[in-house]
Design a protein around this ligand. Structure first.
Ligand SMILES: Cc1cc2nc3c(=O)[nH]c(=O)nc-3n(C[C@H](O)[C@H](O)[C@H](O)COP(=O)(O)O)c2cc1C
Length: 207
């Protein structure tokens, strides 16, 4: 009996240790501090064309992005990654005046979300925002993307100025997905201007 109790205690202890391991934040930071990521992430409009990013690095980035929250864990966001010369050129031709800004970027990522998932319950919109929650989740996911990219040493530009129909046909994107932003991924070749921010008290009200 004592042996069984001892065995159970050991199993429980091992289980608890495993749980703790899963949830704890590593004590030694693996990359730059979070605030540094926030402060150095900027919209980059000029890229070093001599530097490349591998498919494996993009996979690592997007695996981290999967940690982003979404409505009832619906995960409506999808990514279409242009990394071949042929697809890069096609996407460059579908982003209007942004083309010159991201010419040297080795990766262009098209972001979409599946409609009728986030904000819906049994096929019906849960509240007045409707499919807007899909766009909300998509923005959250994109936010993880640009911050994780910066933490990995990459730079990005989110582009809302793009030809959605052209992108849909380039990647054969299904009709039930809404095409959102194109995001460039690469290495900056010049330091960006720091944008001005509105005074905090203009945008935050305490009650
Ligand atoms: C939804 C969205 C769409 C944007 N579209 C474009 C765009 O088409 N072209 C561009 O050069 N910048 C675009 N931007 C970048 C913004 O201009 C930029 O985030 C803003 O000026 C603040 O600068 P920062 O990103 O360096 O902090 C977009 C940003 C967001 C969030």
């Amino acid at each position: 009996m004592k042996k069984i109790l001892f065995f159970c205690a050991v199993v429980m202890l091992l289980g608890l240790t495993a749980c703790n391991k899963q949830q704890s934040v590593p004590e030694t930071p693996q990359g730059p501090a979070f605030d540094e990521v926030l402060m150095t992430r900027r919209s980059i409009r000029s890229y070093d064309a001599t530097k490349t990013i591998s498919k494996e690095e993009v996979r690592q980035l997007l695996a981290a992005v999967q940690e982003a929250p979404s409505w009832a864990n619906q995960q409506p966001t999808k990514y279409y990654v242009a990394i071949s010369d042929e697809k890069l050129e096609a996407v460059q031709n579908a982003i209007y005046g942004n083309k010159d800004r991201v010419e040297g970027a080795p990766v262009l990522i098209v972001s979409t979300y599946e409609r009728g998932k986030s904000g819906f319950f049994r096929g019906q919109p849960t509240n007045e925002i409707g499919d807007g929650w899909g766009a909300y989740d998509n923005g959250l996911s994109n936010c993880y993307l640009v911050l994780k990219a910066r933490a990995m040493g990459f730079d990005t530009l989110i582009m809302g100025m793009r030809d959605g129909d052209a992108l849909r046909s380039i990647f054969n994107i299904p009709a039930e997905e809404t095409v959102m932003a194109v995001i460039s991924l690469g290495y900056r070749d010049q330091e960006p201007n720091q944008p001005e921010h509105r005074p905090l008290d203009e945008v935050v009200k305490f009650f």
